[in-house]
Design a protein around this ligand. Structure first.
Ligand code: PLP
Length: 389
């Protein structure tokens, strides 16, 4: 039987239209887009089109798109780049973020501290929503940037970005959002949320790994964190990944074109799985159910189990899902996201994530729902035996 892939928040397969769009830039128009000759001009044309398509998909101008190697680099450029720009303007390198960010944003803030700056990490409530009073307080210091993710990668919870943007705007502070899990899953309108910078990543929307972009409404907001040639206004020097950019442009265009239908399908699959699991298994705790949620993520804690064991049994049954915990140097730590939401440690360690994509089907969901009770029973039995021993 074919494996069932329910880990689209980790990565997605490359869409056939995207492969078709990028192939000419690997096989024929493979010139350097900075070269003035015909081969260079052909590559440049592809790059410019990719920029237009990406810009149109997120509702900005083409010259506001800076291609990067992915979401991680985009977050680094936004956070560290904004801190460096503040320093260059004689202002403190102070950055504000939240406790539930992806490590790409959190580690970028820590890097700012190592460069001599400071950080404020905002708490979240039990639903994973940012504490707006704490944000208002933090804004008194006029930070270089506030970075708040739009959609959380572990729970799918959507932050009240318009409210956050309004507070930042009133304080005259630029807002960056990690939109890696938001783009292609919820409507993106940067003006409506008063947001100056947006990170996106190709491999979450059907483009290959290793391409992403930072949308920067005003280039004065960031200084480059890489040094080299003058490509991409000098903000992101280095020969552009033309085929990757073309892939991102194509995937972005497709993501927006079928957004409404995709959201309906993903949400229905997620709810179908949640409803079946809730009936068949006791002791389940679904995260983000009482808040606005992106449609592609189902995060569930299974009391009396360990996520690692559940995932292993699911894998043996041909089902790919992922955990809410990170395994560092052999010790399994609960996810910092669930911990920040105040979830009990044992439950946090018993949390798994199913995430849906274009090729996900009801039949796959039903197969997962059919095998899950048996897997949970086995893991609970084993876990109880180990705890008795
Ligand atoms: C919310 C979020 N931000 C950033 C990233 C990193 O993106 P990339 O893998 O393109 O570096 C991810 C990837 O998992 C993510 O989910």
């Amino acid at each position: 039987m074919d494996p069932i892939y329910l880990d689209h928040a980790a990565t997605t397969p490359v869409r056939p239209e995207v492969i078709a769009a990028m192939m000419p830039f690997l096989q024929e128009a493979w010139g350097n887009p900075s070269s003035p000759h015909a081969m260079g001009r052909a590559a440049r044309a592809g790059l410019e089109q990719a920029k237009r398509e990406t810009a149109e998909a997120v509702g900005v101008e083409p010259n506001q798109v800076i291609f990067t190697s992915g979401g991680t680099e985009a977050d680094n450029l936004a956070v560290i780049g904004a801190a460096l720009a503040a320093r260059a303007g004689g202002r403190p390198m102070h950055v504000v973020t939240t406790a539930i960010e992806h490590k790409a944003a959190l580690a970028s803030c820590h890097a700012v501290c190592r460069l001599g700056g400071t950080e404020t990490i905002l708490p979240v409530d039990r639903h994973g929503l940012v504490d707006l009073a704490a944000l208002a307080e933090a804004l008194h210091q006029i930070p270089a940037v506030v970075s708040v993710m739009w959609v959380n990668n572990e729970t799918g919870v959507v932050q009240p970005l318009a409210e956050i943007g309004r507070l930042c705007r009133a304080a005259g502070v630029p807002l960056h959002t990690d939109g890696v899990q938001a783009f292609g899953k919820i409507p993106i309108d940067l003006d409506a949320v008063d947001c100056q910078m947006l990170s996106i990543s190709g491999h979450k929307i059907g483009a290959p790994k290793g391409i992403g972009a930072l949308i920067v409404r005003d280039r004065k907001l960031v200084e480059s964190i890489l040094h080299g040639g003058g490509q991409q206004f000098g903000i992101r020097p280095g020969t552009e990944n033309v085929a990757g950019a073309v892939a991102l442009g194509c995937a972005a265009k497709l993501a927006v074109a079928d957004l409404d239908a995709h959201v309906r399908v993903l949400g229905a699959l997620r709810d179908r799985l949640a409803d079946q699991l809730a009936v068949a298994v006791d002791g389940l705790h679904f995260h983000g159910r009482e808040t606005p949620r992106a449609p592609h993520v189902l995060s569930v804690s299974v009391a009396g189990t360990e996520a690692e064991a559940l995932l292993m049994h699911l894998d043996l049954a041909g089902i790919c899902a992922s955990g809410g915990s990170a395994c560092n140097t052999g010790t399994i730590e609960p996810s910092h996201v669930l911990e920040a939401m105040g979830l009990d440690r044992a439950l946090a360690l018993a949390t798994i994530r199913f995430s849906f994509g274009h090729e996900s089907t009801e039949a796959e969901v039903d197969r997962v729902a059919a095998v899950f009770p048996e897997i949970v029973a086995r893991v609970r039995e084993l876990s109880a035996t180990l705890h008795r021993a």
